[in-house]
Design a binder for this molecule. Structure first.
Ligand code: AP5
Length: 210
């Protein structure tokens, strides 16, 4: 969990590699669906571009389908889900049916000033989705992706106006669920400022200590 642009995707990718488990980002799944123009993508496109949340019903169906696949058996990291009180209930139900529990919920934090700086400088590969930053993580190939030579573009929801709306939606709908997980004794709070390597070291130390 954490504000838009706090580094959830950056850290979840690293942690999933380190633990050899699957990284499931609801944002990435939705962006793939938008690109492929599936029913889900067509329904989600305008909502995402405006910085609002896609309906709990669509997300619930999507996550239930994804968690029914065998590759989650060694474990998984959820990134960007759950994000509303209703989605917490949906996740509880899916996990109960699967007979598994959550180990930890990580809340990454950073200042809003840092968030705006990170999001306005973010560039993503339109082919493979790799994430860069114009200052902090530039591509060695300039405007092209280091992995696949795809073009680097700005996400449609990374404009200043939409970033402000995403932050508002986060404070209103997502932040309150941190308390629910705190009360369950699952919440691990990690400071997300500093370089990605530094944050990753901190994250691993906090997870070991928790
Ligand atoms: P989603 O894709 O989940 O977006 P988000 O929560 O706004 O988060 P971001 O992907 O923008 O940021 P991040 O925290 O992953 O940061 P990143 O690592 O990229 O969701 C998008 C939309 O989909 C939502 O608005 C909604 O419409 C819909 N959606 C998704 N899930 C949903 C759900 N469950 N329910 C309903 N709707 C849903 O880093 C950001 C930038 O900073 C990068 O450029 C990176 O290189 C850089 N950076 C990262 N870490 C550091 C660091 N330590 N120092 C400097 N730079 C850094």
């Amino acid at each position: 969990m954490g504000m838009p642009g706090v580094g959830k995707g950056t850290q979840a990718t690293r942690l999933a590699e380190r633990l050899a488990v699957v990284h499931l980002s609801t944002g990435d799944i939705l962006r793939e669906a938008v690109k492929a123009e599936t029913d889900l993508g067509l329904k989600a496109k305008d909502t995402m571009a405006a910085g609002e949340l896609v309906s709990d019903e669509l997300i619930g169906d999507m996550i239930a389908e994804r968690l029914s696949r065998p590759d989650i058996e060694s474990g998984f990291i959820l990134d960007g889900f759950p994000r509303t009180v209703i989605q917490v209930g949906i996740l509880d139900g899916v996990l109960e049916r699967l007979g598994i529990g959550l180990d930890r919920v990580v809340l990454l934090g950073a200042s809003e000033q840092e968030i705006v700086r990170r999001l306005s400088g973010r560039r993503v590969c339109e082919s493979c989705g790799a994430v860069y930053h114009v200052d902090n993580r530039p591509s060695a190939k300039g405007e092209a992706c280091e992995e696949c030579d795809g073009a680097l573009v700005q996400r449609p929801d990374d404009t200043e106006e939409v970033i402000r709306e995403r932050l508002r939606v986060y404070r209103e709908q997502t932040l309150p669920i941190a308390d629910a997980y705190r009360q369950r004794g699952l919440l691990v709070e990690v400071e997300g400022s500093g370089a990605p390597d530094e944050v990753f070291e901190r994250l691993q130390a906090e997870l070991v200590a928790a």
